[in-house]
Design a protein around this ligand. Structure first.
Ligand SMILES: [Zn+2]
Length: 77
């Protein structure tokens, strides 16, 4: 991390490779699945605020309020 690029339009988040949950860069474990396998290569974002009333959340298997990527490492998840 010695180099800095121009500021990104994206928030400083990384995506869990296991379940696509987004986490801030200082988070070590995915709060959804506990994985430590993260990538910066993600696109799209779903924010689930009330999973119990969200068809999208049920579709992707979320049970709590999370941010989730749509694509991780070029794959739609
Ligand atoms: Zn995860």
């Amino acid at each position: 991390m010695s180099q800095r690029r121009a500021p990104s339009r994206r928030p400083p988040l990384k995506a869990c490779k296991e379940c696509a949950t987004l986490a801030y860069r200082d988070v070590e474990r995915c709060e959804n699945c506990g994985s430590t396998n993260f990538t910066d290569d993600w696109e799209g974002m779903i924010v689930v605020i009330r999973p119990e009333s969200s068809a999208v959340a049920r579709h992707v298997g979320l049970s709590k309020s999370l941010m989730r990527a749509i694509k991780v490492s070029g794959k739609v998840v």
